[in-house]
Design a protein around this ligand. Sequence first.
Ligand code: PEP
Length: 256
Amino acid sequence: MSERRPIIAANWKMNKTIEEAGQFCDALLPKVAELAADTGGPQVVICPPFLALATVVAATKGGPVEVAAQNMHFEPDGAYTGEVSAGMLLDAGALAVVLGHSERRQLFGETDEALSRKVPVALDNGLLPILCVGESEEERERDDTDRVLRRQIDAGLSRVPDERLAEVVIAYEPIWAIGTGKTASPEEAEDACGFIRSLISARNEGAGEGIRIQYGGSVKPANAADLLGREEIDGALVGGASLDPDDFAAIVAAAG
Ligand code: PEP
C-alpha cells in the first residue's frame, strides 16, 4: 500500500455561475467533511471557473476541502489580456492550479514550452501544480502513448529542480477518455501512471516514489473504486461527474 495521499479534484471547466458554485458547496461539504478531514482520507480539491473562486474559497474556509484554479499565466503581471497570475490566484485563496489540461492544449494553443515555465512558477509561489498529460486516440492507436507522455513530462517538469519534483501532481488524462464516457481500463490507466512514475524515478528515485499521479477521463461513481484501488493511481481528476455533489462525494468516498 503506497503512502501517497490520494487527491481527488473536481474540474468544473466552464460550468457553474457564482450562485450555483455556492449551492454546490452547501450540498457537498457535509458529505465529504469527515472523509477529507480524516488523516487517512483523500485530499479534496474543487477547481471552479475564476469568477467563482472567491465564493468557493469562502464556502470551504476552515474546512478540509481546498480550491484550485484551472489555468494561470507564468508572468507575475503585465500586458496579458485575459490572463491571471499565480499571485492573483493566491490572493483569491487558491491552493492549487491545474496546468496543461488537454482542452487548453487542444483548443487554446497551450504549449509544452509555456508549461515548462508555468509549473515552476506555481511551485515558487506556493501553489500546488496539477500538470495534465495524455495521448489522443490516434496516438494510442499508433502505439505512441509512451513517446507523447515522455515529451509532455520532460517538458512540463524541465525547469523543476529534482528536489521539488515530488511536490507536483501529475494528472494522466487520455484525451479519448475525457468527456466521452469511454474510461481507460484500470490496467491501461495503471500502466500509463506506472510509466509516468518511471520517468520521474529516472530523474530522482525518491521523487518517483513520492509524486502523486491521478487518473482522469470519465471517472464516475461506478468505476472510481476500481481505478482508485490501483497501486499506481493516486487519485482522480474528475470533469463531468464533479458537477453533481452526490456523484463527486461518491468518488471521494471511493478513495477514502
Ligand atoms: C477532465 O475534465 O479533466 C475530465 C477528466 O473530464 P471527464 O471526467 O468529464 O472525462
